[in-house]
Design a protein around this ligand. Structure first.
Ligand code: GLP
Length: 244
């Protein structure tokens, strides 16, 4: 098994700059790139860099198709607290892409919405490059730690820790954070041709260590990235501090 390729940058901003430049080079080769995108605090500097590069004409994302990893259940697309709104604020209001897909958290039939999303990914030819963030409890997307993981896009219950981590989108009120979400599944994620996990800050150091050096366990969903053939872990020094 090929081991995960690890890159350590001096700061989160340096990692974001390098990843935006990497995406720019990739898209110059593959203009119709299918890009998987995360939300959370970690990718915000990346989206800032992509916006900067796109505005200066250094990269052109207009041919790209994007698929976001997850969305809160019960929030309409125009709800300012939804991940779709987050993406609009941080990226899509500034950078034109060919097609930006985000799961519809307000879908009448969530199971049908999950199936539709899987079909849309397949129709797009699969995900070429999946960018991931890391939950402090080891989740990716909203694949939470538990006794078992779900393969495909699905409806899922959020752990108290994850609801607390997302409270800032809800004015700091954990009780307002939805209890459920829709998320790409572990197999959906692992089918991406290339994966870049971006993790920054000291709060991620323990989890980064378990993801890279720990056993494969559904208690650390990110540990399953170890089976992927082309996964890179991009860290700042703080997130890498527990690695030898
Ligand atoms: C949320 C998202 C994840 C993200 C995680 C980490 O729960 N669903 O996809 O990776 O938060 O967030 P942060 O980058 O803010 O630490």
């Amino acid at each position: 098994m090929k081991s995960m390729q690890i890159r350590v940058f001096p700061t989160p901003q340096a990692a974001a700059r390098a990843l935006a430049a990497d995406i720019g080079r990739t898209i110059a080769r593959v203009p119709h790139l299918v890009l998987g995108l995360p939300t959370g605090r970690t990718p915000v500097p990346l989206y800032g860099e992509l916006t900067r590069l796109a505005r200066s004409g250094a990269i052109d994302l207009s041919g790209a198709t994007t698929f976001n990893l997850d969305e809160f259940l019960g929030l309409a697309a125009d709800d300012p607290r939804s991940y779709r709104s987050f993406m609009r604020r941080h990226l899509f209001a500034h950078v034109r892409v060919r097609r930006a897909h985000v799961l519809d958290g307000a879908a009448r039939d969530p199971a049908a919405e999950c199936d539709r999303y899987e079909r849309a990914i397949r129709r797009a030819g699969g995900i070429d490059l999946q960018i991931l963030g890391l939950g402090r409890n080891g989740h990716i997307g909203f694949n939470e730690p538990g006794r078992a993981l779900v393969a495909r896009t699905h409806r899922t219950r959020l752990t108290p820790a994850t609801r607390a981590a997302n409270a800032s989108l809800f004015g700091g009120r954990v009780r307002d954070v939805p209890r459920e979400a829709l998320s790409m599944g572990m197999v959906t994620i692992l089918h991406a041709r290339r994966i870049v996990m971006l993790a920054t800050g000291a709060s991620k150091a323990g989890c980064v260590e378990r993801m890279i050096a720990g056993p494969l366990t559904p208690m650390v969903p990110a540990s399953f990235l170890q089976v992927h053939q082309r996964v890179e872990v991009w860290l700042d020094r703080a997130a890498a501090s527990r690695l030898r």
